[in-house]
Design a protein around this ligand. Structure first.
Ligand SMILES: *[C@@H]1O[C@H](CO)[C@@H](O)[C@H](O)[C@H]1NC(C)=O
Ligand SMILES: *[C@@H]1O[C@H](CO)[C@@H](O)[C@H](O)[C@H]1NC(C)=O
Ligand SMILES: *[C@@H]1O[C@H](CO)[C@@H](O)[C@H](O)[C@H]1NC(C)=O
Ligand SMILES: *[C@@H]1O[C@H](CO)[C@@H](O)[C@H](O)[C@H]1NC(C)=O
Ligand SMILES: *[C@@H]1O[C@H](CO)[C@@H](O)[C@H](O)[C@H]1NC(C)=O
Ligand SMILES: *[C@@H]1O[C@H](CO)[C@@H](O)[C@H](O)[C@H]1NC(C)=O
Length: 545
């Protein structure tokens, strides 16, 4: 997912898109879906199907657990059900050790996930920091004999290769051979050993005249395909009768409009077929400040096996298409309330770097975050828990029990990225002060440039106040291309859970792509003086506004 910056910027010569405000009636609505299919930051996707279940893997940089696995029965409604990398085993900097020993923007980039029937195992493969490739597996999944359903995941670190499968895509061939397509510009195919944990052969199969990356490998009707992206505007298709080539090339999409205004082009992604053998392309579009979000369109294959995207009547990626699959099976919606009452965190949540497991716990009273780091810097504090923001506009509200905070502690609800802000409680001695802090900033090398500025103070909290509700209301409507608009976030507090007051100025989000991850809601608790304090997160609610 990295590419020469000049190339990338060149791709974003301002374009103005037509409005996507499609009009359709309720009768049509049940027969069609709208793009984006899931308005959340799930980039670098890999999609595949096992039985009735579609699976989706995504990149997560230094968030932990990494590489979420989403499932869907209809390609439209998705929910995260697991993470392929339960802890980032890529070196100690992934533990957020200090201000100079951190892994922002490193970690999991474009990686791959597939299910292998012969050993009933899911394989996740990803290159980290352009040097090593990590393989994680979840065996005895049971998916083969259960219509694709997995009842328990048991991810384990299966192997580390001293070689980078940059932006890789796994294919499990019909004869069970495992191939990995990877690289940029020169696309290479590697063949893995029968157990999938080492390499037996690799060979450059395609030399591109221009920069491409993000390989996904498929076999359809006896023919091998490698889909690759020309960032950040096009998707290419390479096709061959043999996994080792030679490959012919065609362009699947190049700089086509839609489906959302002021986003980038729909480009990098993967393809998947339904049980009826209808093919779909799931791509992502750069939609900062929200990150990179998935959009779906049908594909047709011609008699020679070349795919074409089904465009709408104006030649754009459509805003709506017919539903791919009719099914009564459903997944939970992305919005709603989490009371942290399960024995483990839901897969909606990811920590900023690997957490200190001794400093957080779940109990009948909620999620307890003990302070894990003494620092003035949110970007250096361990155990900040993040949640994707659903677009175009949503509010994330945390209900916090602050009664166990101690002198110097800072806890609250953040809008988390490299240019961040938060609403929270600063505890000094025995007094607790509501504050809105903005201007928390990382520089372009991801070193902390500013630990933030108190933009506004709320009322001092009286001794008896144990519970505060902190709300972050974010507008992540794309403002990445063809507009100079700024999107804003506002911060709110309540002392009774019903009346909210805004605190501080509205916060201007950055639309830059260089941090890659979009803005997230986050809850944090760190110490500036000494450890020992704690907050309990009683509930979190995400709702569209
Ligand atoms: C599926 O079930 C059959 C019959 O019980 C069994 O022989 C086979 O090993 C199972 N396959 C997997 C992948 O579990
Ligand atoms: C691709 O491979 C050729 C040699 O076959 C090499 O000269 C060239 O530098 C490579 N390009 C990239 C981008 O790695
Ligand atoms: C598979 O490919 C053959 C020729 O290569 C073609 O005749 C046939 O129609 C294809 N089948 C499907 C289902 O696309
Ligand atoms: C085609 O899609 C584009 C963007 O998705 C949209 O702006 C345009 O109105 C659509 N045209 C029709 C005829 O639906
Ligand atoms: C933001 O932080 C930087 C670095 O500490 C500081 O120079 C600047 O004045 C701050 N800006 C605001 C608006 O507080
Ligand atoms: C609060 O933030 C706004 C927006 O960044 C800024 O214009 C204003 O000067 C800040 N006020 C204080 C008191 O820092």
């Amino acid at each position: 997912m990295y590419f020469p910056r000049t190339l990338y910027l060149f791709s974003f010569i301002a374009l103005s898109f037509a409005s996507p405000l499609a009009t359709y009636n309720d009768a049509r609505q049940v027969n069609t879906f709208q793009n984006p299919v899931l308005w959340e930051d799930y980039p670098d996707l890999d999609v595949f199907r096992v039985g009735d279940v579609f699976y989706y893997s995504s990149s997560t940089f230094a968030f932990s657990p990494g590489a979420p696995v989403l499932k869907s029965y209809d390609l439209i409604n998705w929910t995260p059900v697991s993470h392929s990398v339960p802890n980032l085993n890529f070196g100690s900097k992934y533990n957020l050790n200090s201000a100079t020993d951190r892994a922002y923007v490193k970690g999991i980039w474009a990686s791959t996930l597939r299910y292998r029937e012969s050993d009933d195992t899911f394989y996740w493969i990803g290159c980290v920091e352009s040097s090593k490739t990590y393989i994680w597996t979840s065996s005895n999944a049971g998916a083969y004999n259960n219509s694709g359903e997995v009842n328990s995941w048991n991810w384990k670190a299966a192997a580390t290769l001293n070689k980078c499968y940059y932006d890789c895509g796994l294919l499990i061939d019909s004869d069970d051979t495992m191939y990995v397509a990877y690289g940029n510009t020169n696309i290479t195919v590697a063949q893995l050993s029968p157990d999938g944990t080492s390499e037996v052969r690799s060979q450059v199969v395609y030399k591109s005249p221009t920069y491409i990356e993000g390989s996904r490998m498929y076999k359809i009707n006896g023919t091998y395909y490698i889909f690759a992206t020309k960032p950040a505007s096009a998707e290419w298709v390479l096709k061959s009768a043999n996994p080792w080539g030679p490959y012919e090339q065609k362009v699947l999409v190049d700089s086509i409009a839609g489906p959302l205004p002021n986003a980038g082009y729909s480009h990098q992604g993967g393809i998947v077929n339904t049980k009826d053998n209808d093919w779909y392309y799931v791509a992502f579009m750069d939609s900062y400040p929200g990150g990179r979000i998935p959009v779906l369109a049908p594909l047709t294959l011609d008699s020679a096996g070349w795919p074409s995207l089904v465009k709408n009547s104006t030649g754009a990626w459509g805003y709506t298409y017919p539903l791919p699959v009719r099914t009564s099976k459903t997944v939970p919606p992305p919005t709603g309330v989490d009371t942290f009452s399960s024995p483990s965190l839901s897969h909606e949540w990811e920590w900023n770097h690997n957490p200190d497991a001794t400093k957080w716990s779940l109990s009948s009273s909620g999620l307890t975050l003990e302070t894990a780091t003494i620092t003035p810097d949110l970007f250096t504090a361990r155990n900040t828990l993040t949640h994707r923001i659903i677009g175009p506009k949503s509010a994330g509200t945390f209900k916090l029990d602050i009664s166990k905070m101690t002198d110097g502690d800072r806890a609250g609800a953040a809008l988390f990225r490299d240019v961040a802000a938060y609403i929270g409680v600063h505890k000094t001695g025995s007094s607790a002060q509501l504050v809105m802090v903005n201007n928390l900033t990382l520089d372009s090398s991801w070193a902390t440039k500013s630990t933030g500025t108190i933009n506004a103070t709320g009322p001092a909290l009286a001794d008896g106040v144990t519970t505060v509700w902190l709300r972050v209301e974010a507008d992540i409507t794309p403002a990445f291309s063809g507009t100079s608009a700024t999107r804003y976030t506002t911060f709110w507090y309540s002392l009774d859970g019903s009346v909210y007051k805004q605190l501080g100025e509205r916060f201007a989000m950055t639309n830059s792509y260089t941090f890659f991850t979009g803005y997230r809601f986050a809850v944090f608790n760190f110490a500036t003086r000494g450890l020992g304090g704690a907050v309990t997160v009683k509930a979190f609610e995400m709702e569209k506004v």
